[in-house]
Write a protein that binds this ligand. Structure first.
Ligand SMILES: Cc1cc2nc3c(=O)[nH]c(=O)nc-3n(C[C@H](O)[C@H](O)[C@H](O)COP(=O)(O)O)c2cc1C
Length: 305
């Protein structure tokens, strides 16, 4: 890596682009009620108490004055199918809000339909920062939905392709299975077959099938990432297990096994037993890893806290 002593703004922008981010649309209303919005990837969560977030706004943006003076604004975190929405709000089109679906939220601030999370904020502070303004908002209201985010890296959009590819590979292979390690209170949700325990499996090896099954059991799942993907030589198929959490009343035929008891639990499938032992350890370490390989030997890769 060569240090850059004379700072070339273009090179600096490219280097900043090495930080992969999500994509947001920041929205507000100008004093006459007209909705305004722009695409931003400079969003950062700042504080939980008080609840603060920030976004950096170029002084050259058409909407800079409107946002600098707005008493309220919202941050809409885009889902992976909202690339066109990002493009629309990154343009200088005068009719951005005529070209996308939105709903007025609290304080009348427009909220973009289909976004993964929305935060409505009261303006907390405006900080001068070179050619940008830092808009700090105090969160007054927020909502989230399940789904995959739209990502941005070095000027290109990306989605969580690895997981999708793995899931599609699993779905395409005969004898493949898709299950989940689901945290529930202080334990893990397991299917109780009488004398043996198993992880919940989807009827068909797709994520939709898994979430539909959990919903049919009266549970509310929150699936977050692929936890293990491996070739199961005993069945000749792929196995893919997601990581997530679940809430709701315990359905008949299921048990919540506390983390401390996982090592001794009678898990029917040896690969699942190994995975649950790793899960208990990951949980204690406060950091999770993804496993890939075969049902008995493979590698783990750190994926975050
Ligand atoms: C992925 C992406 C991220 C962006 N992030 C920011 C940002 O954080 N801050 C900013 O001021 N502009 C950002 N822009 C550019 C603005 O969206 C763009 O300048 C837009 O035209 C501003 O709208 P306006 O001119 O109508 O205010 C980004 C554009 C894209 C495509």
């Amino acid at each position: 890596m060569t240090p850059n002593t004379t700072i070339d703004p273009k090179a600096l922008r490219n280097a900043f682009g090495a930080f992969a981010t999500g994509v947001t649309v920041i929205t507000t209303r100008q004093p006459d009620g007209t909705p305004r919005g722009f695409t931003a990837n400079s969003f950062t969560s700042v504080s939980l108490d008080p609840p603060l977030l920030l976004v950096c706004l170029a002084r050259t943006a058409h909407s800079a004055d409107v946002f600098a003076n707005a008493p309220h604004f919202a941050v809409n975190i885009l889902a992976q199918d909202q690339k066109a929405v990002s493009g629309l709000f990154a343009s200088r089109a005068a009719d951005k809000f005529d070209q996308c679906a939105w709903t007025p939220g609290s304080a009348g601030v427009p909220l973009i339909d289909g976004s993964l999370a929305r935060f409505t904020c009261a303006r907390h502070q405006l900080v001068d920062a070179g050619d940008h303004l830092i808009l700090i908002g105090r969160v007054e209201d927020f909502a989230t939905t399940e789904g995959q985010p739209l990502g941005y890296f070095r000027g290109n959009y990306f989605s969580i392709g690895l997981e999708k590819d793995l899931a599609e590979a699993a779905a395409a292979t005969k004898d493949s299975r898709l299950g989940a390690v689901l945290a529930c209170n202080d334990g893990v949700l397991l299917k109780d077959d009488g004398d043996q325990l198993r992880l919940p499996l989807a009827p068909h090896p797709t994520l939709d099938s898994l979430t539909a099954k959990l919903a049919a059991l009266g549970l509310t799942p929150l699936i977050d990432f692929v936890y293990a993907a491996f070739d199961d030589r005993t069945t000749g198929g792929h196995a893919i297990y997601y990581h997530g959490s679940v809430s709701g009343p315990l359905p008949p035929g299921y048990r919540i096994v506390p983390l401390a008891d996982l090592a001794q639990a009678r898990i029917a499938n040896p690969a699942e037993a190994q995975m649950l032992a790793r899960y208990a350890q990951d949980f204690r370490n406060g950091s999770f890893s993804i496993y890939h390989g075969t049902e008995t030997t493979g590698q783990t890769r750190q994926i975050g806290a």
